[in-house]
Design a binder for this molecule. Structure first.
Ligand code: NAD
Length: 303
């Protein structure tokens, strides 16, 4: 299969490139940075302000396009809502429009986010629950989902939307594990964290996320439907932070500041029966995933 990964140099995108290349597909990447000449796949260098979507799809034909670009940062969306809208919503429209015009049999897998739910009324939250986003990020992701529905129902572009919960693993240079490890390196005796520690998330390790996308590509109807992507297990922030430091044999004092971060939900646990019905099962336990993440962070000279 010819697979285009938009956002190929990012956290999720780079793992998608690796996975689908190793599986024998012809992978094309698209990003906004220059990539080294040693790169083993065809790479389209995009311009944030003057995107080349039409050029990409009018000159090439793909079987699959996965959009792993966009902004993935809630705080950034609060500070720069217009830029977030452009990256998460308007670019989705422009990509789908280019697919409709030039490559309408290309199956489009859209990465939305669990942020569309906000604080769910009940857990586990299923795909048909009410969406009440708490941030521009969540709202813009929801608008992009509706654009996907538009292109699926009106123009019959084959589309599926995924709502990942908290994805983590090697390469993720933001969010809880990245933040606490950086803080620890600055002060090894005490690490300050947001909130109370009782906030919970549904974590999914990057390798499982990537396999869930493969499962959708292989088995899903792709007629505009939506899938929660998560482990289905709820973990408190305090517990995962403890597991993280224990796996590194470190014992800093944890100081939760009781300040809730704007735009962030309290508790999340996903109903994953829909993706499971396609044949997907999680393989990586939270303990093992955290250990692999800690090992990567420890050996990483990027900090
Ligand atoms: N990481 C998570 O936990 C998580 C959870 C839910 C949803 N998501 C979504 O998944 C997507 C990818 O997230 P990530 O964590 O890999 O983010 P990331 O920032 O690591 O990767 C995004 C990549 O897209 C590139 N990019 C930005 N604008 C582009 C453009 N116009 N054309 C081509 N490339 C562009 C960036 O340079 C970057 O390399 C985002 O849409 C994010 O909202 C992530």
């Amino acid at each position: 299969m010819r697979i285009l990964i938009i956002g190929s140099e990012g956290f999720i995108g780079s793992h998608l490139v690796r996975y689908f290349s190793e599986a024998g597909n012809t992978v094309y990447g698209c990003g906004i940075d220059a990539v080294p000449a040693s790169q083993h796949y065809t790479y389209f260098r995009n311009d944030k302000h003057v995107p080349i979507w039409e050029k990409i799809f009018s000159n090439n034909q793909f079987d699959i396009c996965i959009n792993a670009a966009g902004n993935g940062d809630v705080n950034f969306s609060i500070e720069y809502p217009a830029e977030d809208f452009k990256a998460n919503t308007f670019d989705t429209f422009s990509i789908l429009e280019a697919i409709r015009k030039y490559n309408d049999n290309c199956r489009y897998l859209h990465i939305s986010s669990a942020a569309v739910y906000g604080n769910p009324e009940k857990l586990p939250v299923s795909e048909d629950a009410a969406c009440k986003p708490l941030s521009p990020y969540g709202w813009h992701k929801l608008m992009a989902e509706n654009i996907c529905r538009e292109y699926s129902t009106v123009f019959h572009v084959p589309v599926a939307v995924v709502r990942p919960f908290s994805v983590y693993g090697p390469g993720l240079k933001k969010q809880v594990f990245w933040d606490i490890y950086r803080k620890y390196l600055q002060n090894t005796t005490a690490v300050e964290l947001w909130g109370t520690g009782s906030e919970s998330r549904d974590f999914i390790y990057i390798d499982d996320l990537v396999r869930s996308f493969d499962c959708i590509i292989q088995h899903a109807p792709m007629n505009g439907e939506i899938y929660n992507i998560a482990s289905g297990e709820e973990s408190s922030v305090k517990d995962v932070v403890n597991v993280f430091f224990e796996s590194m044999n470190l014992r800093p004092r944890l100081v939760f500041n009781s300040i809730a971060r704007k735009g962030n939900p309290l508790n999340w646990r996903a109903d994953i029966s829909k993706i499971k019905a396609l044949g997907f099962t999680n393989r990586v336990s939270i303990e093992s995933g955290i250990k692999q993440t800690a090992t990567w962070l420890h050996s990483s000279s990027l900090i």
